[in-house]
Design a protein around this ligand. Structure first.
Ligand code: ATP
Ligand code: MG
Length: 561
């Protein structure tokens, strides 16, 4: 993918360029994207994917896909497969460089024995609580474990028996022997291995000791001869430990570089919370169009191009901040404006009867598919005596600023004719059921030969030809920018879920060409927004998702005369 090529030179790229200039890595650029297979990818991951794969592509390097699968309880092959699919969908390719941290378990174990032999690691038999309590605080040094000075022989024997499965979960851990008074808390003899009798999705029951993230990550990078290990800012304080392990073992030592996570308003990225929403039935699944997973965004109608452009636009910095959801929405609008064909659809239909148009007659009028793309051509749209228009495009008693249809007023029907309202029919409750109009045959195509103007252009669908569809209108997942902002301490972030995040319209009327549009195809419904065909569509029952509304200003532009 090359749309990152015009990305301004951010600080990560600056480091890579400096290294290339000084020959630090012999001209190599090797990055990796290291997801933990414990959930589906979200747009935050997309930022990391675009950065890692983008930098590799830009500087003639390579990017690996590595599953950071060191935590057997939470991981699953379902996630492994979805992650691979989503990375490809986003437009990136790891070729034959697919790796798993679990493939390195034996090497990591051997290095742990080496650290024991060199006096850099020991088996500690305190409980996790005792270890935590003994760690001290930033200003109070930690307390040495009573097991800290076990002999190399005893440590090797215990560690081997830990591996062999002789002990229950939590009986012992392996700790690095660094410095219990280290100003950096993470270096106060951190845990390297835990006993965990659990099935791993790839190694099965081969192991009952598992390395911690800190012990596994840098060494996995090292084995793959990564040059730039790019991760998010919360790992900044892990870097000394990353460096310590590489140095103590004496292996290839990549440079860890931290950048800011992507956060967006009105949603959240935490996999743990997304899992909670999925498992708790708050959303329909990992591909619910309201959540920021790549699956959800794809189903919502987002394109990989728009997501990549957004990631390039937000860039990378050293400061965490929250990006406005509107910025993401603008990127999909921009992309779809260029390539989505226009169609007419009426979401809240009211009938218009053209009283001077012959009964039983119809005609086909040419309509431009995409004014932004001449190659998209045009299509024919049927017109007849009875039409649907949006109920809100008519007012019996309009205020001054309302320029759309009302008694006596003339408006344009897009691609068709000028019509003038001559009367209305109401039901017993006073609700308008029919709007009677006359049309001017001389205005065919939408322009009056005498040059007279109208102040509004409405979309419409021929009633006899319309396809009825279900349309799902999505709004923000949360009703406030920051889901964590809860007034009542008894409530949690879920209390901020937006009850109107999905509104289903059952009887939308679409122009007939939309009845057979394939799943995932995307359109602009004129004046309404961008929509795509949902996978729930069945023959005779099309289902559309609203990807995003039109910019307010654009919607106004379009309805002008
Ligand atoms: P979460 O907090 O959502 O569980 P994670 O960081 O635990 O995310 P990983 O599977 O470990 O998820 O992430 C893989 C890579 O993606 C890591 O390098 C991580 O830094 C990066 N990443 C995850 N979330 C974001 C984000 N919001 N913005 C940028 N990068 C991210
Ligand atoms: Mg993680």
């Amino acid at each position: 993918m090359n749309d990152s090529a015009d990305t301004h030179r951010d600080f990560v790229r600056q480091i890579v360029e400096d290294d290339l200039r000084t020959g630090k890595w012999d001209g190599r650029v090797q990055t990796r994207f290291p997801p933990e297979p414990n959930g589906y990818l979200h747009i935050g991951h997309a930022k990391s994917i675009c950065l890692n794969f983008g930098i590799a592509a830009q500087y003639g390097g390579k990017c690996n896909l590595r599953f950071d699968d060191t935590n057997p309880e939470k991981e699953d092959t379902e996630y492994v497969e979805s992650i691979m699919e989503d990375v490809r969908w986003l437009g990136f390719d790891w070729d034959d460089r697919l790796y798993y941290a679990s493939d390195y378990f034996e090497q990591l174990y051997q290095w742990a024995e080496q650290l024991i032999r060199n006096g850099h690691a020991y088996v500690c038999s305190l409980s996790l609580e005792e270890i935590r309590a003994g760690r001290g605080t930033p200003v109070i040094p930690g307390v040495a474990s009573p097991y800290r000075d076990r002999s190399v022989e005893e440590n090797l024997d215990l560690f081997r028996r830990m591996r062999a499965g002789e002990f229950g979960d939590g009986a012992h851990v392996l700790r690095a022997r660094i410095d219990m008074a280290h100003p950096h808390m993470l270096l106060r003899d951190p845990i390297m291995y835990r006993i965990r009798h659990a099935e791993h999705h790839r190694t099965g029951s081969a192991w009952c000791i598992y390395p911690t993230y800190d012990y596994a990550h840098g060494q996995s990078d090292s084995i793959e001869r990564i040059t730039h290990s790019i991760c998010t800012l919360e790992f900044e304080n892990h870097r000394p430990l990353y460096d310590w392990y590489c140095q103590a073992i004496g292996i290839h030592h990549p440079q860890q570089i931290e950048f800011n996570r992507l956060n967006l308003t009105y949603t959240m990225m935490s996999k743990r919370r997304l899992l909670e929403l999925v498992k708790g039935g708050y959303v329909t699944g990992w591909d619910d169009p309201r959540i920021p997973t790549l699956r959800g965004l794809r189903r919502r109608g987002y394109t990989p191009e728009a997501i990549r452009a957004f990631c390039a636009y937000v860039g990378v910095t050293k400061h965490n901040a929250t990006m406005d959801m509107g910025v993401l929405e603008n990127h999909i609008r921009e992309d779809l404006n260029r390539r989505a064909e226009r169609r007419m659809a009426v979401l809240d239909p009211v009938k218009v009867v053209i009283t001077n148009y012959p009964e039983g007659q119809s005609e086909e009028l040419p309509a431009v598919n995409n004014p932004e793309d001449a190659a998209a051509g045009s299509r024919l749209v049927p017109f007849s005596r009875e039409l649907w228009i949006e109920r809100e495009d008519f007012m019996e008693d309009p205020p001054k600023k309302f320029f759309r249809l009302s008694p006596g007023r003339e408006v344009r029907l897009r691609w068709a004719y000028f019509i003038t309202c001559t009367g209305i029919v109401k039901d017993a409750d006073g609700r308008v059921t029919e709007i009677h109009c006359t049309y001017d045959p001389a205005t065919k195509g939408g322009d009056a030969p005498d040059g007279r103007k109208v102040k509004a252009t409405l979309h419409w669908v021929s009633a006899a030809h319309a396809v009825t569809a279900e349309v799902r209108l999505y709004d923000h997942l949360f009703r406030c920018e920051d889901p964590d902002e809860v007034a009542d301490p008894a409530l949690d972030w879920k209390s901020n879920l937006n009850p109107a995040s999905l509104v289903i319209v059952q009887n939308a009327r679409l122009e007939p060409s939309l009845g057979t549009a394939p799943v995932h195809s995307r359109f602009q419904f004129e004046r309404l927004g961008y929509f795509c065909v949902d996978a729930d569509s069945k023959p005779g029952h099309p289902v559309f998702n609203r990807t995003v509304t039109l910019k307010d200003t654009w919607a106004r532009e379009q309805s002008k005369g």
